[in-house]
Design a protein around this ligand. Structure first.
Ligand SMILES: NC(=O)c1ccc[n+]([C@@H]2O[C@H](COP(=O)([O-])OP(=O)(O)OC[C@H]3O[C@@H](n4cnc5c(N)ncnc54)[C@H](OP(=O)(O)O)[C@@H]3O)[C@@H](O)[C@H]2O)c1
Length: 345
């Protein structure tokens, strides 16, 4: 019998994370024993997700589920789940670092109308009308919250999991096309506390992190870290600011953008999961290099999906990546020293 494969998906209870789980189930043959480890913040959500996935793949006898409860906004929670995973698994094959969040406050409707009228495709690819809160800190650690959830927690988790990812583990980072409109990197504000768009800037920082570590980790540990993004899909990440009417309008604009030639409006989270799952299962590191490329879920005007790759880091990004990693390592060291007093490695 084939060796059991283990896949960890953070934030699997909704949106893209659920799409990734479904695509994995559709892509890994039923004859291969598979364990999917899900993370969510709340027990009820993780249990609901497991039961939905069991219904999605009713005939997979060699499938099992496991879960850990994870709040990326807490260093203690990240260290705790790393500890649990290391005690349960000797090797993890695929880690999808999907969970992520923004601290949005709503829509600037005047700006939205102006942006849509002056360029509908760009308006729903690089929206500048989404309003983000400035300066939110995490309650326990007092770190820039969006930075902590989208960047720092993923880095700490990865560092803790190196031993069970060595020699063949594959890590899938989830960025966003919105990173293209990030503010210039600010080494004096890596926690994005003063940023006017911390979500967008955090995705750029994730790309800098990837630039800084992907080549090194592949050579030193045999871990392939792929940078992917899901294109643009309809999930709950911004849903609370839209009603049925504006949701309908947004979806209509997504299709218009697609017909106008946008490759990124894949719309469904199952389509959005294409590039992440392809990177985990199909990418060949010798041909599909890990460093300096992002792999996105794309589609043509008819909605036929494909994986589209783009060059990632220009010269400035490569310089910024070195500084960013240095600052991130210093912060991580401080936090781990503080946490050692809480008895975690
Ligand atoms: N939708 C898009 O078009 C799009 C485009 C580019 C990139 N992305 C990226 O795709 C990823 C998934 O987003 P989505 O669109 O699927 O949004 P979503 O439906 O809101 O899902 C986000 C997931 O992350 C979890 N999460 C949020 N905050 C968390 C925290 N503090 N600790 C642990 N888990 C947390 C959520 O759990 P709860 O249910 O508990 O909140 C949920 O499972 C994110 O990294 C996002 O940036 C999405």
């Amino acid at each position: 019998m084939a060796t059991r494969r283990v896949a960890l998906i953070t934030g699997a209870n909704g949106g893209l994370g659920f799409g990734i789980a479904c695509r994995l189930l559709d892509s890994i043959p039923t004859s291969v024993p598979l364990t999917i480890v899900l993370t969510a913040r709340y027990l009820r959500k993780v249990m609901d997700t497991i039961s939905k996935l069991r219904k999605y793949a009713p005939n997979r006898d060699l499938l099992s589920f496991d879960y850990v409860l994870l709040d990326l906004g807490s260093v203690t929670s990240v260290l705790e789940i790393a500890h649990q995973l290391k005690s349960r698994y000797t090797h993890i094959d695929y880690v999808f670092l999907n969970a992520g969040a923004g601290d949005f406050t709503g829509v600037d409707w005047t700006a939205a109308v102006v942006e849509v009228l002056s360029g509908p495709k760009d308006a729903v690819t690089h929206p500048r009308f989404k309003r983000e809160r400035v300066g939110r800190l995490s309650s326990g650690d007092a770190i820039g919250w969006v930075f902590q959830v989208n960047v720092l927690a993923n880095y700490i988790l990865l560092r803790q999991l190196v031993d069970i990812l060595r020699k063949g583990g594959r890590v899938i980072l989830i960025s966003s096309v919105e990173a293209e409109i990030a503010n210039p990197f600010n080494k004096d504000d890596i926690q994005l506390i003063h940023s006017n768009q911390p979500y967008v800037d955090s995705k750029k920082e994730l790309e800098l992190l990837h630039t800084a570590i992907s080549k090194k980790w592949q050579a030193e540990y045999g871990i392939d870290i792929y940078l992917t993004h899901p294109g643009i899909c309809h999930t709950s990440i911004f849903a609370e600011y839209l009603n049925w009417f504006t949701t309908f309008g947004m979806l209509l604009l997504f299709y218009i953008a697609r017909w106008l030639g946008s490759p990124w409006h894949v719309v469904s989270s199952y389509n959005g999961a294409l590039a992440p799952v392809w990177a985990a299962l199909k990418a060949i590191p010798e041909e599909n290099k890990v460093w300096n490329v992002s792999y996105g879920s794309a589609c043509d005007w008819k909605g036929t999906t494909y994986v589209k790759n783009d060059t990632l880091a220009n010269d400035q990004d490569q310089k910024d990546a070195i500084i960013f990693l240095y600052e991130l390592d210093s912060l991580t060291k401080t936090l781990l020293e503080r946490s050692n007093q809480l008895e975690f490695e």
